[in-house]
Design a protein around this ligand. Structure first.
Ligand SMILES: Nc1ncnc2c1ncn2[C@@H]1O[C@H](COP(=O)(O)OP(=O)(O)OP(=O)(O)O)[C@@H](O)[C@H]1O
Length: 428
């Protein structure tokens, strides 16, 4: 996908920008629950204590005692690298992210990973070890690579895009419910397991937020950053904007905001009027465009929440059994009931190569190939797009409200997290 490649090439040239972002984020936003006038030394000590707590939970000792380290490098970041390691007991392979100590952002990344690990959509943190220089985060190995690499093959079907977005929004909603804003949602940070499950990774820019809190400090990746990040205070809604950019790229194979420099990209983010009516958009269903418009709105109070994305008819149509009868019941335009029933059933039958309709990317499947896209003319002939559009028109997006940002019990129980409670850092 040339546009995406180009954009990320330009992002790589902006590593200094990203570094500044990380620093700004730290300097301006206190961790959740921290006294506002916490002295730096006390805050850091408290955080280190918190991490040590976790490492003492059966994970004391040197990482080398438990894992064979130094396997193949999976990736490199600003503060360390990620390599394969293998458990001495059992031989299971993991990804080990080694982060150099010193930067406060590194401590925060470890803490937030401990806080959210356990959700099925987050890369599981298996153990944390420390030595004099580094933290070693032993994580589940995502051997399927990164979503961005799959996306280079071209736009994907609406069915697959909806499945992927749903997976991403489930984890984004979870993070928001846990009081965490990821701030760097992009396909580079969405990994794929060997079984084709999507996992959100890289919490290096993530930050805690409390209800009603306004975050400040520029943080994110230029092409995905929300306009309000560039102009002042912002909230967890920045993750919805970034996910909207991701949806745009999934549907049409290109980014909505482009430029030769970060500044040029930012200008577009702040000013360009998006047109979802003409050109390539004519082959995209109205409900998909409707959802995109609600995610990529600059009016933060009008931008939908993660919950509302998950309840949008376009997502429900492709991912929920319950909606499949809606077009059949509400639309009398169908000419060929048998053919249409087959199509209506398609979300479960997996026309986009995603048999579970949940965003899983089956290994070896060419789900991202444009040749597997649904035939939109055929769908329109059957009228379900109209039916779905009708459903969309009936959707009421709630009045601007603050999402409940801190509800530790329900999400933990709902997700059936086994290690969530133990890894939750109380002193956070
Ligand atoms: N659990 C994992 N399984 C497999 N590969 C991984 C895993 N975690 C990270 N990687 C690989 O390592 C790369 C870098 O990881 P990550 O993004 O967490 O590091 P980072 O230092 O925060 O990077 P950046 O500075 O680019 O944000 C990823 O893009 C991915 O290719």
């Amino acid at each position: 996908m040339p546009e995406i490649s180009q954009s990320h090439y330009s992002l790589e040239r902006c590593s200094r920008f990203n570094k500044r972002c990380r620093e700004d984020g730290v300097a301006t936003v206190p961790p959740r629950g921290a006294p506002l006038l916490l002295t730096p030394s006390r805050g850091l000590k408290r955080k280190i204590g918190c991490i040590e707590n976790a490492t003492q939970m059966g994970k004391s000792g040197r990482i080398e005692d438990y894992y064979v380290t130094g396997g193949g490098t999976l990736g490199r970041g600003k503060f360390g690298s990620v390599a394969v390691c293998r458990a001495r007991a059992g031989g299971v392979e993991y990804a080990c992210k080694t982060l150099r100590k010193g930067e406060e952002t590194v401590h925060r990344e470890v803490e937030i990973m401990q806080h959210v690990s356990g959700h099925p959509g987050v890369v599981t943190l298996e153990a944390v070890y420390e030595d004099a220089e580094s933290w070693h985060l032993v994580m589940e190995l995502c051997s399927g690579g990164r979503l961005v690499d799959k996306m280079r093959e071209g736009p994907c079907s609406e069915h697959l895009a909806a499945g992927i977005l749903k997976e991403v929004m489930l984890v984004v909603k979870y993070c928001h419910d846990m009081g965490v804003v990821h701030r760097d949602i992009k396909p580079e940070n969405i990994l794929i397991t060997g079984y084709g499950k999507l996992k959100l990774a890289d919490f290096g820019l993530a930050i805690r937020i409390s209800e009603g809190q306004n975050l400040t400090g520029v943080a994110g990746s230029p092409a995905y950053v929300a306009p309000e990040v560039l102009s002042g205070g912002y909230s967890e809604k920045v993750d919805i904007w970034s996910s909207g950019v991701l949806l745009h790229a999934l549907l049409v194979g290109g980014l909505p905001f482009k430029g030769d420099s970060p500044e040029a990209v930012f200008e577009e983010i702040k000013n360009v009027k998006l047109d979802f009516q003409t050109g390539v958009w004519e082959s995209i269903s109205k409900p998909a465009r409707d959802l995109l418009g609600r995610m990529l709105t600059r009016d933060v109070s009008a931008r939908i929440t993660a919950d509302e994305v998950l309840g949008h008819p376009w997502i429900l149509f492709y991912t929920e059994r319950t909606l499949k009868m809606v077009p059949v019941k509400s639309k009398l335009k169908f000419q060929n009931a048998a053919a249409c029933h087959k199509l209506v059933a398609s979300p479960e039958s997996g026309s986009g190569g995603n048999k579970k309709g949940d965003g899983s990317l089956n290994e070896g499947s060419s789900s991202f190939s444009s040749s597997e896209s649904c035939n939109s003319e055929y769908r329109d002939d059957c009228g379900w797009i109209d039916a779905l559009a009708t459903a969309v028109s009936r959707v009421t997006i709630s009045e601007p409200k603050r999402t409940k940002l801190w509800s530790p019990t329900a999400p933990i129980d709902q997700q059936g997290s086994s290690n969530m409670k133990t890894s939750l850092c109380k002193a956070f």
